[in-house]
Write a protein that binds this ligand. Sequence first.
Ligand SMILES: *[C@@H]1O[C@H](CO)[C@@H](O)[C@H](O)[C@H]1NC(C)=O
Ligand SMILES: *[C@@H]1O[C@H](CO)[C@@H](O)[C@H](O)[C@H]1NC(C)=O
Ligand SMILES: *[C@@H]1O[C@H](CO)[C@@H](O)[C@H](O)[C@H]1NC(C)=O
Ligand SMILES: *[C@@H]1O[C@H](CO)[C@@H](O)[C@H](O)[C@H]1NC(C)=O
Ligand SMILES: [Zn+2]
Length: 287
Amino acid sequence: MFAKMHHVCLSILVLACLLPVALSTGSSVEWCYHLPSCNDTTWPVIATRFCNGSRQSPINLKSSLKSMTSSQQKFTFTGFNDKAGISKIKNTGKSVKVEFKAGKLKVSGGGLSTAYNSLQFHLHWGNSSSPGSEHTVDGKRYPMELHIVNAKSIYNGNLAKILQDSEGLAVLGFFIEVDSGTTDQPASWRTLTYHLASITEKDQSADITGISMNDLISGVDTSSYHRYLGSLTTPNCNEAVVWTVFKNPIKVSKNLIDLFSTTVRVGNRSSPLMTNVYRSVQPLNGR
Ligand SMILES: *[C@@H]1O[C@H](CO)[C@@H](O)[C@H](O)[C@H]1NC(C)=O
Ligand SMILES: *[C@@H]1O[C@H](CO)[C@@H](O)[C@H](O)[C@H]1NC(C)=O
Ligand SMILES: *[C@@H]1O[C@H](CO)[C@@H](O)[C@H](O)[C@H]1NC(C)=O
Ligand SMILES: *[C@@H]1O[C@H](CO)[C@@H](O)[C@H](O)[C@H]1NC(C)=O
Ligand SMILES: [Zn+2]
């Protein structure tokens, strides 16, 4: 499966492959979240390059941290209102990934040095009784975290160049918090999670229509965020990411949040449910 992903990534589909499954730059590593033989404590051993690096992600975010600034510089989100920008939802076996139509969504501003093309978003979660965001804030873990993955536009999708640049990828992290007292809210998340039943097994995908990226992050104040330099949070953990983690969470009803940990599986229909799909927080090492 990893050999196959790698092959696909060398093809013209390189952009769609980026994360979280397949940013393999030569070696293919069998990694997982749910087995002691391949969970995140083993990644520095099974993917020494780069999971054992010194600027790894995620981290515990604190406003007091040295290089962490909460900037007021506004982002420009292009195409985020386009209901035709989102194309597909897929079970990758490690996460649920939503692909954007090529070239439709872009991100600039927000203190980023240049423009980035948005490729996909995916999610991290826990289980119905335990939260599963990747970043924590002063030790608090949120129920879920959404990552919009963006690649520096000047590289035109050249994966090698993207990964050699310490800011080749800009990932936008959104926390997801329980919207207490509601069910099935907001409507955009009802639409998104409706599709989970069609992608219960690994490699299944479904078309999505009628929702925009802005619908999914609606209500979030994007002018306030944490910024730091880090890595991919899945092997090979390349240190090529400028992180933005918004302080204000997306609010989603508990029943919809729970659909992730109770619907999709890591493999076929007899495999375990996909739960606790997040990496532990990493050392700051002076950041
Ligand atoms: C991950 O695996 C290690 C052994 O490699 C084990 O000690 C640890 O409990 C596991 N963690 C989880 C969350 O399963
Ligand atoms: C990771 O790096 C540390 C020092 O940077 C080293 O002591 C350790 O052996 C490395 N672990 C692996 C698995 O390479
Ligand atoms: C949820 O995950 C936590 C953390 O790994 C674990 O301790 C707990 O048993 C799990 N709960 C359920 C209901 O699976
Ligand atoms: C599911 O996958 C497992 C492990 O790959 C395999 O042994 C089993 O036969 C599969 N079951 C079905 C119903 O396809
Ligand atoms: Zn992620």
